[in-house]
Design a protein around this ligand. Structure first.
Ligand code: ADP
Ligand code: MN
Ligand code: MN
Length: 171
């Protein structure tokens, strides 16, 4: 499929720095940042509520319907922790941000997440759940998956430079 500008999926466990990275990427390029968790909240793209974690459970079909028309024309940075429901033909590059357990623990504590939610996310990072989820869909479709560390400012600069290179050479 040909798009004038690429769609880039930026995924990873909550707290790895997806939104921080995507904001910087959008500011340094002509790509549009789609913060999916915010769309889920604002457009109420959920039908269920997780009582234990006190958060919504996004509805895959509702999120697909909201995202697909935006991705058709290209030039989007999709910022979300989940990716297996996305249509691989709409994605040109997958970036999986990774951090050390201690980094993630500190960031989520600062966010005042309840202990159970901190623990669940730290475990998800240890088990590389987001990476595996992305591989499930995009590996077979031969879409590049870049796993990149994101503990420090320097890591972010490196990742930005690499992704901007991809954007420049796209098409
Ligand atoms: P996510 O969108 O993946 O949940 P955020 O972008 O909200 O993560 O970042 C979580 C916290 O980590 C924020 O306080 C942010 O300032 C910090 N952070 C993000 N990326 C980095 C980085 N590369 N180096 C240091 N701190 C970072
Ligand atoms: Mn975020
Ligand atoms: Mn767009």
């Amino acid at each position: 499929m040909s798009r004038p500008k690429p769609n880039i999926l930026v995924t990873g466990t909550p707290g790895v720095g997806k939104t921080t990275f995507c904001e910087a990427l959008a500011a340094a390029s002509s790509l549009e940042h789609l913060e999916v968790s915010k769309m889920v909240r604002e457009k109420r793209l959920y039908r269920e509520w997780d009582d234990e974690l006190d958060c919504s459970i996004f509805d895959e079909e509702m999120v697909q319907d909201a995202l697909e028309p935006l991705l058709e024309s290209g030039g989007c940075v999709v910022d979300f922790h989940s990716s297996s429901f996305l249509d691989e033909s709409l994605v040109d590059l997958v970036v999986v941000l990774r951090v050390d357990t201690s980094t993630l623990y500190d960031r989520l504590e600062k966010r005042h997440y309840p202990e159970s939610k901190v623990k669940q996310n730290v475990e998800a990072e240890i088990f590389q759940s987001c990476l595996d989820e992305a591989r499930e869909v995009f590996e077979e479709a031969d879409i590049q998956i870049w796993e990149m560390p994101h503990d420090t400012e320097e890591h972010m600069e490196e990742a930005l430079e690499r992704v901007l290179g991809f954007v420049r050479s796209f098409g």
